[in-house]
Design a protein around this ligand. Structure first.
Ligand SMILES: O=C(O)CCC(=O)C(=O)O
Length: 209
């Protein structure tokens, strides 16, 4: 485990570079289990397609509203359960839901956003705990304080079995993204394990594009 990085007063990030052993085999076994798909999001009058494939999984009560859509959870799969149990054993943390994001190549990406939905805890956007496990090709993950001037950010190459844990006030104080890259890269599967602790809010919220 890296030394805990304080990214804001009360906001922190922990990083473990090689958490999942044999990450390529784990990713190959997981992919057929997941109903990954490109989602259509409404942007005003337009419909836009997410530049990545996603699936949402969790305990039956863990519905999640984001990007102006309500997602009912798909069930846990054997591969997701194994990683969830490894997280609990290593970090002492329990998660009841996970978002899978599959980046097919460098054109796939995730725009700036925070995981700050009300269902992520009674004090959200404070006290939101997220463990982000990355399998396959490393991609740049950027985190910056909200409203930071250009160039002020932290960067990690996340992939090859790493886990990055964000906690405390990180989702209130910071935003994060996985930018596109022109460098040829292989596929990457990211799994953000979450604690859903409330019912989805009513607000439309921001688009995670
Ligand atoms: O792919 C990643 O590393 C980030 C995923 C992410 O930001 C999210 O699921 O909210």
């Amino acid at each position: 485990m890296s030394e805990r990085l304080e990214v804001a007063p009360g906001g922190w990030v922990d990083f473990v570079p090689a958490f999942v052993e044999d990450h390529a085999a784990v990713m190959a076994a997981l992919l057929p289990e997941l109903p990954l798909r490109v989602e259509a999001l409404r942007m005003g009058a337009r419909e836009v397609l997410t530049p990545r494939e996603t699936s949402w999984h969790g305990d039956p009560e863990c519905s999640y509203r984001y990007s102006r859509r309500l997602f009912a959870p798909s069930p846990w799969t054997p591969g997701l359960t194994a990683i969830r149990e490894a997280l609990t054993a290593r970090l002492g943390l329990r998660f009841n839901a996970v978002m899978a994001n599959y980046y097919r190549d460098g054109r796939d990406s995730m725009g700036w956003h925070a995981d700050d939905e009300p269902e992520l805890g009674p004090r959200a956007p404070d006290d939101v705990l997220i463990a982000s496990v990355s399998l396959g090709a490393p991609r740049r993950f950027v985190l910056k304080p909200r409203g930071a001037p250009p160039g002020v950010s932290w960067r990690w190459m996340l992939g090859e079995g790493s886990v990055l844990v964000m906690g405390g006030a990180t989702q209130r104080a910071c935003v994060h993204a996985v930018p596109k890259t022109a460098v040829p890269v292989g596929p990457r599967l990211n799994l953000t394990f979450r604690q859903v602790r409330g019912v989805p809010g009513r607000s439309d919220g921001a688009l995670k594009f």
